[in-house]
Ligand binder design. Structure first.
Ligand SMILES: Nc1ncnc2c1ncn2[C@@H]1O[C@H](COP(=O)(O)OP(=O)(O)OP(=O)(O)O)[C@@H](O)[C@H]1O
Length: 244
């Protein structure tokens, strides 16, 4: 699979070769070659059950690969690299009876990062004014922001986010895009997953399209559908869906 075109000598932040994961006789991820360029928002896109979450979990060391290789920041996968990664997998996880600030203070303590980080990430996700409101009464958008803030604690170089746009309205997606763009503006990188083409198209610079565990396309959104018809390209590559 062709990696997205990259600058000369540019080292991918995430690179996999032949990454495979089986569950019993089923192959969830089938020899996937990812190349995620620095400073980009990379959307791992595919239908339900395509293998996106399994791929992200392998990158984070939450699931061992059955075979294949992973490189992070140009080095073979190693646990030390995880200190440079912030992640949100399986949706936001928080104490409902605590405020956003209190939740972040608990996480900062567990991660061993400075308390000053709490105010920084609250501002980054525009939750500084959430006051004493308890997390359990947050809107979906606010919960998503809290999950993003947690992932940003410790100022990571790479964010890995499983379906961060889930349940967000168009305004929430636009706000998420602004926050992620601010994060990557300094050269940092985001990998996110989604099963929704339109949302990935509006958030990501590059996409990896995965279907039945296989990477069917990797590159820029512009190259994905040069005629601008994203849906047609998506259905042609995944072999799914019927268009009206
Ligand atoms: N722990 C597991 N045991 C058995 N099968 C699993 C396990 N985890 C995932 N799978 C299977 O692997 C395949 C890929 O699942 P995965 O969750 O990675 O897909 P996905 O692309 O993230 O889907 P979704 O968009 O629905 O979250 C599916 O067929 C799923 O049932």
């Amino acid at each position: 699979m062709r990696p997205p075109s990259s600058g000369a000598g540019e080292v991918p932040v995430v690179q996999t070769a032949g990454l495979t994961r089986t569950f019993g006789s089923a192959t969830a991820v089938d020899s996937v070659h990812l190349a995620v360029r620095p400073g980009r928002i990379y959307g791992l896109l595919g239908p339900n059950g395509a293998g996106k979450s399994t791929t992200l979990k392998m990158l984070l060391g939450l699931l061992p690969p059955s075979s294949g290789e992973i490189r992070l920041f140009g080095q073979p996968w190693n646990r030390g690299a995880l200190a440079r990664i912030g992640a949100s997998i399986n949706g936001p996880s928080y104490y409902g009876h605590l405020s956003a600030r209190q939740n972040l203070a608990v996480h900062a303590h567990l991660l061993g990062v400075s308390g000053a980080e709490v105010e920084r990430v609250l501002a980054a996700v525009e939750l500084s004014d959430a006051g004493r409101k308890k997390a359990k009464s947050f809107s979906t958008g606010m919960k998503g922001r809290l999950a993003l803030a947690m992932a940003m604690l410790g100022d990571p170089d790479l964010l890995i986010l499983d379906e961060p746009q889930n349940g967000l309205d168009p305004e929430g997606i636009a706000a998420l895009r602004t926050m992620l763009r601010r994060f990557t503006d300094g050269g940092r990188t985001v990998v996110l997953s989604s099963h929704l083409l339109g949302e990935v198209a509006s958030l990501a610079d590059d996409i990896g399209l995965i279907a039945a565990g296989q990477l069917r396309y990797q590159g820029s959104i512009a190259d994905f559908a040069p005629d601008g018809d994203l849906e047609r390209a998506y259905f042609a590559l995944t072999g799914t869906g019927v268009r009206a």
